[in-house]
Design a protein around this ligand. Sequence first.
Ligand SMILES: NC(=O)c1ccc[n+]([C@@H]2O[C@H](COP(=O)([O-])OP(=O)(O)OC[C@H]3O[C@@H](n4cnc5c(N)ncnc54)[C@H](O)[C@@H]3O)[C@@H](O)[C@H]2O)c1
Length: 351
Amino acid sequence: MRRLLVTGGAGFIGSNFIRHWLSAHPDSSVLNYDVLTYAANLANLADVEARFGDRYQFVQGDIANLELARHLLRWFRPDAIVNFAAESHNSRAVVDPQSFFRTNVLGTQSLLEAARTVGIRFHHISTCEVFGDLPLDSPQRFDEDSPLRPRTPYNASKAAADLAVRAYAETFRLPVTISVCCNNYGPYQFPEKLIPTFAIHALEGRPLPLYRNSDHRREWLHVLDHCRAVEAILLRGTPGRTYNVGSGVEVSVEEMADTVLGILDADPGLKTYVPDRPGHDRRYLLDSTRLRTELGWRPLVAWEQGIRETVLWYRDHPDWWRPLLARLAVDESAWETAVEGGSERSLFTAR
Ligand SMILES: NC(=O)c1ccc[n+]([C@@H]2O[C@H](COP(=O)([O-])OP(=O)(O)OC[C@H]3O[C@@H](n4cnc5c(N)ncnc54)[C@H](O)[C@@H]3O)[C@@H](O)[C@H]2O)c1
């Protein structure tokens, strides 16, 4: 597999993936196809352009543009499409759900349609959030056959995209694979997400906004381990299959805040409690036995080392994140709680 068309490659995971793929496969080339939303940042790839020359190319475009996608497939002749492109922030999806369904569902379907005309391998990046949430005390994990029970517009749009991908496999025999990954952390993550938010607020001495239900947990995987999982699936995965990608490392929001504050030696009093976002999931945990046993994948980055390096990366790269702060659109401390019929409901007060 020498030529990849990577969508959303100017975002967090896509840019890490392009760097990883070009480093690991010296005879390969990548075309990055990204519309450049607020979450994109070509600075994520400045070193890639310098290091890999014309093995890396960039086209600005929308995955929902079928004509452009078809043209790129004819011109670049990739061996596979890897679809990272998405609207990816749950909080934004509460405020503007439509853009999520447009890109994540219709955009993915359009790309599938382009892929179908040439019968190309299609790898789709999904999220553990499509399964809905688990009770905090449950011994259960989601496996690849767990029912899709999304609870937020972002999660529903990703679940719908997964179904579109599966439908193209069944109906048109398109050789697809899907990876369903837990929460990623690492360098180049847009500052609206939890870890960069906590790190940047701690560095600037500003309050860290923790949802009141700060015992809610997430499973965390270093972004390079996610990239290695996608690589393994592209090279050795069985078309038609879905693979869960999980670390087994669960961390609560409270523990995450304490960890970030500890690494930066910042004031624990910066923790402040704000109402939860509507539909704030309690917990996700993946069973990634299939990926581990069939493809021999396992995470290589230990949590303690990975989170320390990540937080220190944000400390050492203010020139990377400072210009991005002007693009933040959701104030995480502006959710409000209303009591209706005896039960609590969360709302958002738009700025
Ligand atoms: N971040 C996580 O923890 C996580 C976990 C599991 C799965 N995922 C999935 O991984 C993928 C990448 O996530 P991320 O965190 O890197 O997201 P991101 O928001 O950092 O990057 C998304 C990229 O997609 C591009 N994009 C958006 N709409 C587009 C369109 N219509 N056409 C072309 N490009 C478009 C953006 O410009 C941006 O560069 C997403 O599909 C997301 O659902 C993310």
